[in-house]
Design a protein around this ligand. Structure first.
Ligand SMILES: NC(=O)c1ccc[n+]([C@@H]2O[C@H](COP(=O)([O-])OP(=O)(O)OC[C@H]3O[C@@H](n4cnc5c(N)ncnc54)[C@H](O)[C@@H]3O)[C@@H](O)[C@H]2O)c1
Length: 344
């Protein structure tokens, strides 16, 4: 018997990757699924080799005292109500990004978790990727010195070939270039720069291609970030491009630079005219099967065992990223006026 029984909310693409990842952890197993569609519990139980109950009413699933964790993989506009209901039912929460599509809703989720004494895990799983654990290790070893500039950009064309397209094109669930997916890059930028955000300035636009015409919002944005320690950064969130998936990283510090999987460090006395190569698995696909959910969920369950917030992607940590996201979208709405996070 594993220690944490998990109930999934929403049974789409992300859910299937989450379920495999939860099952692969030491302590977690999926024992329930809530979906508005009728599901075949027998078939799903057979696939996982143990009983999985299915529900069409969320309150019935949340009433199960044997359920310890709820994993929310539904449409973004449903996240707030489902997360608050899960917190009030005293369930720990795994929550897909975006946490919600307004800062008010994100704050309500964080407050509900806090007042009910439950822990949260936001699916900013890139923080657990080989690319960013190695990048962070290079920084923490001091090989780049003090960072004064960083850019992390997200290039991923989310067109009709992508399952989410059917709901992602709407403002209600898609939100903005940052909310729908670019938030992964802004979140990674905040992690590597290691300083609080003071203000952001953002501009947005969209492709003239017919492919992306159904989108109700700007699908490209470019955000400049002013950090409290004086450093500056940039994050492009481009979901209307026609090119391979690319998670671009360029960091500049007092001892060297890092460009994706290459770096130079004066500390190593290597040749500054040539990059040195780091061997690491790059984030090069939007496929959820390639995402490092297993390491992230393992870290969450380990933290639950110890009764503490998880590292890197707790609710309180991710709230900071969403404050920067909503400040950036506000700035873009205002045509590029700087917005201080403290003023939101
Ligand atoms: N962290 C990541 O990298 C990542 C990647 C993909 C998705 N996501 C997030 O996960 C969440 C869900 O995205 P998804 O890609 O799984 O979307 P999806 O369209 O596959 O599923 C979304 C919702 O639609 C429901 N659904 C799916 N097919 C349906 C159908 N035929 N009829 C009725 N309902 C159906 C699902 O049960 C789910 O509630 C979103 O918040 C998204 O942003 C995150």
């Amino acid at each position: 018997m594993k220690k944490y029984n998990v109930g999934i909310i929403g049974y789409g693409w992300a859910a299937t990757a989450h379920m495999d990842a939860i099952e692969a952890t030491k302590q977690g197993q999926v024992t329930a699924i809530y979906s508005s569609r009728p599901l075949d519990a027998k078939k799903i139980s057979e696939k996982y080799g143990h009983p999985v109950k299915t529900y069409q009413q969320l309150d019935e699933m949340l009433a199960d005292p044997d359920l310890h964790v709820v994993d929310i993989t539904s449409y973004p506009s449903q996240h707030r109500n489902q997360a608050v209901a899960a917190a009030n039912a005293k369930k720990h929460i795994i929550l897909e990004k975006p946490m919600a599509n307004s800062l008010q809703e994100v704050r309500e989720i964080v407050a509900a978790a806090k007042s009910n004494g439950v822990m949260g895990c936001v699916c900013f799983e890139c923080r657990f990727s080989g690319q960013f654990t190695s990048t962070k290790a290079v920084i923490d070893q001091g090989l780049l010195g003090d960072l004064h500039y960083g850019e992390v950009d997200y290039y991923h064309g989310i067109g009709p070939w992508y399952g989410q397209f059917r709901w992602n094109v709407g403002k209600k669930d898609g939100g903005s270039a940052l909310l729908t997916a670019g938030c992964h890059a802004l979140d990674a930028l905040l992690m590597v720069m290691g300083s609080e955000v003071e203000s952001v300035t953002s501009l947005s636009t969209k492709s003239k291609s017919d492919i992306f015409a159904p989108y109700e919002y700007d699908t490209s944005s470019c955000t400049l970030v002013k950090f409290k320690n004086g450093a500056v950064g940039k994050c492009a969130a481009i979901v209307d491009c026609l090119q391979p998936y690319y998670f671009h990283t360029h960091l500049v510090g007092s001892q060297g630079s890092l460009l994706d999987d290459r770096f130079h460090s004066n500390k190593l006395h290597t040749d500054k005219k040539h990059w040195s190569k780091l061997s690491m698995h790059m984030l090069d696909s939007g496929d959820v099967a390639d995402h490092p959910y297993q390491s992230q969920f393992q870290a969450f369950f380990d933290a639950l065992d110890e009764g503490r917030e998880m590292p890197l992607t707790s609710f309180s940590q991710s709230l900071r990223t969403f404050e920067a996201v909503f400040a950036a979208d506000r700035s873009a709405e205002l045509g590029g006026v700087p917005v201080r996070v403290a003023d939101l």
